[in-house]
Design a protein around this ligand. Structure first.
Ligand code: FES
Length: 124
């Protein structure tokens, strides 16, 4: 992570060192996948919804460091939210949770939200 600390916020680095909720979820009630055709990154989100609330979330990613941080932040952010609340989240919310992203990495938050929207569509 030595050279990364010049590029990324403290929060991004913290998620990279200790990513939350990594891995597939065997008892997920919905899954969503998103890819960015330009960079080729892929993020898969798993959620478990009980009584209209996201009780658990996890993710897998093949991508750049900020996409790992975005997936990690997203799973933290949506855990405990109702499905309706989660639907209102936007890429800027993920970027804000990461303090900031370099301009050319802002689409990593879009990737996370696209995966969320796909999972919520799978749920309903
Ligand atoms: Fe494309 Fe991170 S560089 S999602």
């Amino acid at each position: 992570l030595l050279f990364l600390d010049k590029m990324y916020s403290a929060k991004v680095l913290e998620h990279l060192e200790n990513p939350r909720n990594v891995g597939a979820m065997s008892d997920a009630t919905a899954r969503g996948e998103a890819t960015n055709p330009v960079c080729g990154d892929l993020l898969r989100l798993y959620i478990k919804v009980t009584d209209g609330k996201i009780a658990e979330a996890s993710f897998k990613v093949q991508g750049c460091p900020p996409s790992v941080a975005a997936g990690s932040a997203l799973t933290e952010m949506i855990t405990g939210l109702t499905v309706d609340e989660a639907r209102k989240l936007a890429p800027q919310d993920v970027t804000r949770a990461l303090e900031s992203l370099p301009r050319n990495k802002e689409h990593c938050s879009v990737l996370a939200i696209d995966a969320l929207r796909a999972a919520l569509a799978d749920q309903s």
